[in-house]
Design a binder for this molecule. Structure first.
Ligand code: 2P0
Length: 326
């Protein structure tokens, strides 16, 4: 009863920001992301009658506390679905530099869901797997698929219609993403806490939700037509709207540092020089820059030269989950 799976992280171009149900992890809006080739998690899960509890080892370190509990809670869902009372040994390796500001929870829960369901003998299709993965971490449900994927928020209270669907496969379009890493010692407001505070207190939150259907319809047109400027403009504006909601929260907060703003201004300056590049930012200070393959050299060297930038990591569009031989 052992299986190994690999899943890549994803970056949202239309952000998931706000939950309508915190237990089932049901969002207030649809979101859309691109799966990234460069950052992934590989996870092996073994269920064994001899085990007396779940164990979780991440990059050769035994994990306890909240991180362990989230994994064990997810395994409870898998056991419930399979109707089996049996514990697991989970071993993960992350090729997601945590410092790059990617939520390793996206690739982490996608790989855990794929490996654990296979190991326990469940035969789920990707829709069923995405729906289950969502309950580990919302954004992870999009990482089941490669290329561009949309998480449909669903309408029901039980979450059965809330899962991701593929929009276009990885082969559709070769765009690139640069993860711009900044030096930061800032205390982080977690995305869970940040989105909850925004939903509960920000008067800008309803405006955010209301604006999503138009952004989604237009960005999908842009993706199908491979219209990079259209996709970039919508993604950048959507990110700025998400971050604007945090300034309206009580107490107000922002994920940005001064260098975050410098990177944003540099990306705009690249555009003024005729290089199409657009930024997006998640629940942290680091910036991700979208660009086209022919501009890789110039975009990379410009970003590396910004004072306060400690690293720039490049990625192509990635594939969905894969199962590895044990
Ligand atoms: C996203 N983020 O769409 C958005 C944009 C952060 C900003 O999904 O509570 O770790 O586990 O469902 O998925 C980060 O939130 O939150 C996130 P949970 P998750 O990628």
């Amino acid at each position: 009863m052992k299986a190994t799976a690999k899943a890549h992280t994803n970056i949202a171009l239309i952000k998931y920001w706000g939950k309508r149900d915190e237990t089932l992890i049901l969002p207030t809006n649809n979101s859309l992301s691109v799966t990234l080739d460069g950052f992934y998690t590989t996870t092996s899960v073994e269920f064994n009658e001899q085990f007396t509890k779940d164990t979780f080892v991440l990059d050769d370190v035994s994990i306890a506390g909240e991180q362990y509990q989230r994994v064990a809670n997810f395994l409870n869902l898998v056991r419930q679905l399979a109707g089996k009372e049996i514990y697991a040994e989970v071993k993960s390796t992350n090729a997601v530099p945590t410092a790059a500001g990617f939520a390793s929870s996206a690739s982490g829960f996608a790989a855990l869901a794929a490996a654990s369901t296979k190991a326990i003998g469940l035969k789920l299709d990707n829709t069923e797997l995405s729906r289950l993965t969502r309950q580990g971490s919302g954004s992870a449900c999009r990482s089941i698929f490669g290329g561009f994927a949309e998480w449909k928020k669903g309408e029901k209270d039980d979450g059965t219609d809330s899962f991701a669907v593929p929009i276009t496969p990885k082969e559709h379009w070769d765009i690139r993403v640069a993860a711009v890493v900044l030096s930061s010692k800032m205390k982080k407001v977690s995305s869970r806490e940040g989105m909850k505070r925004t939903v509960d207190t920000s008067p800008f939150f309803q405006g955010w939700v209301d604006s999503i259907p138009t952004d989604l319809a237009e960005i999908k047109e842009g993706i199908f037509a491979k219209d990079f400027e259209k996709v970039g403009q919508i993604a950048e504006a959507n990110c700025l709207k998400m971050h604007a909601t945090t300034l309206g929260a009580q107490p107000p907060f922002t994920y940005w540092l001064d260098t975050t703003v410098t990177v944003m201004q540099t990306v705009r300056a690249l555009r003024e020089q005729g290089i199409p590049a657009y930024f997006t930012i998640d629940a942290g200070p680091n910036v991700k820059v979208l660009y086209l393959p022919e501009n890789e050299e110039e975009v990379q060297s410009t970003l590396r030269n910004i004072p306060g930038v400690t690293d720039v990591k490049l990625s192509r569009v990635g594939q969905g989950i894969t199962y590895l031989e044990d």
